[in-house]
Design a protein around this ligand. Structure first.
Ligand code: DAH
Length: 341
């Protein structure tokens, strides 16, 4: 009897199950009415009385052992199953918040799309530039105030003031015209830097889109035509433009473009400073000297160029009064913009 009990003890120690069914079979095998423990209990009745206390104790221990073992196996088994159930592949996914696109990116993409429709290709250009591409080739005289330390971030490489952060995307005009022969129809979106005090209207970095077209017989009326198309696509079909004479070193003639204020519809409001018009960009016919600087014969070719401030367009479109919002990374502000892909 004692041998049988000890053998069963060893058997119990080595028990393993893989599923519920095996566990139940095990329970029946040991604890069922005709199970191994019951059989031993039957045998127990027949043993001598003086042996009973000793063997009875062992038998009880055996019974507890198998019960504990079955419970333990059950727990292990349930735990494994619970682990598996954590991943319920049939469950509907938790809704998770999709990020929104930054308003500057939305406007940049929109502008690029409108110009792409008109046959313009996109070139990104570089942010670290040299004096030639940002100033000299664009006809800035050596004493032009824009070259001043007050405006430009110079990068002090071997003490030369030649390397700088571009102050405008017009530099991409030069880089492109040096490389590609006309016809050239390009837009260049990107970040620009100026050493300005940060305020509601100015920042030390912002974004521009340069657009230019060089070919034979390009005239001011071509420029006017694409500008008219652009503002109607960007704002509304009712938007009209006004051209004001202006000056840029690299264009002649030059103009600044206003649109009728879309907030007050021309009646006058703080946005348009009661004029009914808001300025959106600068433009003009590329100065022949600039073409020649890039190896393009200005007697054969002409071109127009324009520079759009993306923050300016975004401020008008979304009525943002303080451009610092665009770089604050305040999610309460950013979350308001559409989550376009
Ligand atoms: N580069 C000018 C600026 O940063 C913007 C500009 C004006 C670009 C007139 C042009 C242009 O191409 O024709 O203020």
């Amino acid at each position: 009897m004692i041998e049988k009990i000890e053998l069963l003890c060893k058997e119990i120690d080595n028990l393993k199950v893989d599923n519920n069914e095996e566990l139940e079979n095990l329970r029946i095998l040991f604890l069922g009415k005709k199970g191994k423990i019951s059989l031993l209990m039957n045998d127990f009745r027949n043993i001598e009385a003086n042996q009973k206390p000793k063997i009875g104790k062992k038998l009880n221990l055996l019974k507890t052992k198998i019960k504990n073992k079955i419970n333990q196996l059950k727990k292990e088994f349930e735990y494994q199953n619970f682990g598996n159930n954590l991943i319920d592949l049939t469950r509907t996914a938790y809704p998770y918040r999709v990020g929104t696109r930054h308003p500057i990116s939305i406007v940049e993409r929109r502008i690029c799309k409108i110009f792409s429709k008109m046959g313009f290709s996109i070139i990104k250009g570089q942010e670290i530039e040299d004096d030639w591409h940002v100033f000299s080739a664009l006809n800035f005289t050596s004493d032009h105030p824009a070259r001043d330390m007050q405006d430009t971030f110079f990068i002090n490489c071997d003490n030369s003031e030649n390397i700088l952060l571009r102050t405008h995307t017009s530099s991409v005009q030069i880089r492109t015209m040096e490389k590609i022969k006309p016809p050239i129809r390009i837009i260049c979106p990107g970040r620009v830097y100026r050493n300005e005090t940060i305020s509601a209207r100015t920042h030390c970095f912002f974004h521009q889109i340069e657009a230019f077209y060089v070919n034979r017989n390009i005239s001011f009326s071509n420029l006017k035509q694409i500008l008219t198309f652009f503002v109607k696509e960007m704002f509304s079909s009712k938007t009209i433009i006004r051209m004001r004479p202006s000056f840029f070193p690299f264009t002649e003639p030059s103009a600044e473009i206003d649109i009728n204020c879309n907030l007050c519809k021309g009646k006058g409001c703080p946005l348009c400073k009661n004029t009914g018009w808001v300025e959106i960009l600068g433009c003009g016919m590329i100065d022949p000297k600039v073409l020649d600087n890039c190896g393009i014969n200005s007697r054969i070719y002409s071109g127009y160029a324009l520079g759009i401030g993306i923050e300016r367009i975004a401020s008008l479109k979304y009525q943002v009064e303080d451009i610092r919002f665009f770089s604050k990374n305040d999610t309460r502000f950013l979350r308001q913009f559409e989550a376009t892909i």
